[in-house]
Design a protein around this ligand. Structure first.
Ligand code: HXC
Length: 293
């Protein structure tokens, strides 16, 4: 009988890093109202940072900010707006500075996604995702950079692994995330001399997010995607832990890098579903997508 595969544990970064490493620092996070970016913000707060979360749904942001403040003992404020609108970001940055006086860390996480083949993508649909993911990240950098320079802070962008190979029905997202990776690398090279670092986290299959459930119809842990080299599907905490590391001084020699946090999944994915049936049948595409996020 084959030996049982090892399953790596999900741990909380506070078991590994000191809890006060970000005391006196402030993190600004787009897309922080829910999902992965909420988890990234929470982890930063658990290590002492105060936070501002930015997104389109004020009600949700307000609730999240209140829950995070209560859970961590730090302060989180909601700042509402659309990353496609530079002025809204500038206002949010002003509000953050008025409340906390500084911005040290920025998470560019706001993103949009839906499944559609190129033949079914309108110009506006393609442009919308490019505008949210890529131009939205650029807008976020423009609004925050003078303040991040002042504090000699750092950026983390949230990208993906799906654009490393062609992922059907994800042309818009793949193009957008490739742009995010490029933006982050150039930022690192240009801003290094000013004391600013810039890195990318590329999440693999993360189970406990609404976005994932929406795209694949079911959470991946219910679809049998539970193996991979570390023996399990990813957790928001896995992305949060990488965030804490990349923002910490322990990563002071790391900049301009893309860090896949995917449990080694991308290396495993050597075969596609039967082709071309997989591309022609939307249900099969759902199955393919769920193994790549
Ligand atoms: C084809 C679609 C579509 C679909 C929208 N569009 N959904 N086309 N198939 N399923 C088209 C619309 O018809 C429209 O084009 C254009 O896209 C803009 O749509 P709107 O609804 O007007 O835009 P907006 O209200 O700004 O919504 C943005 C959105 C939406 C991205 C389209 O899905 C959204 O806000 N989603 C919530 C955020 C989200 O998706 N988060 C997921 C994050 S997870 P026309 O031509 O009709 O005007 C994530 C993971 C990425 O991003 C990485 C993967 C690993």
């Amino acid at each position: 009988m084959a030996p049982k595969a090892y399953v790596s544990p999900v741990v909380d970064s506070t078991l590994v890093f000191k809890q006060d490493i970000f005391r006196g620092k402030v993190v600004f996070c787009t897309g922080g109202g829910s999902g992965i970016c909420r988890g990234m913000t929470e982890a930063m707060m658990r290590h002492g940072a105060d936070a501002a979360i930015f997104g389109r749904k004020l009600e949700r942001l307000t609730q999240t900010a209140s829950e995070l403040s209560e859970a961590t003992g730090r302060t989180c404020i909601p700042t509402s707006g659309d990353v496609r609108q530079p002025n809204m970001l500038k206002e949010a940055v002003e509000k953050t500075l008025q409340r906390f006086g500084r911005i040290d860390f920025v998470i560019c996480g706001a993103a949009g996604n839906f499944l559609a083949p190129i033949s079914g993508l309108s110009e506006n649909a393609f442009r919308t995702v490019m505008e949210i993911d890529t131009i939205g990240s650029y807008n976020t950098v423009k609004a925050t950079l003078p303040h991040v320079r002042f504090s000699k802070g750092s950026y983390v962008f949230v990208s993906a692994t799906l654009h490393y190979n062609a992922t059907p029905y994800q042309a818009h997202v793949s193009a957008a995330k490739a742009g995010v990776d490029a933006l982050a690398k150039v930022l690192a090279v240009e801003e290094g001399p000013h004391g600013v670092r810039s890195n990318v986290i590329a999440p693999g299959p993360i189970g406990n997010t609404e976005g994932m459930e929406r795209l694949s119809n079911k959470a991946p842990q219910h679809l049998g995607i539970n193996a991979g080299p570390v023996g399990r599907i990813g957790d928001i905490k896995d992305i949060a832990n990488a965030t804490v590391f990349l923002f910490s001084d322990a990563a002071s020699f790391i900049t301009g890098q893309v860090l896949p946090v995917d449990g080694g999944w991308e290396h495993l994915r050597t075969t596609q579903l039967p082709y071309p049936q997989a591309v022609l049948d939307p249900k099969s595409v759902n199955n393919m997508i769920k193994s790549r996020m």
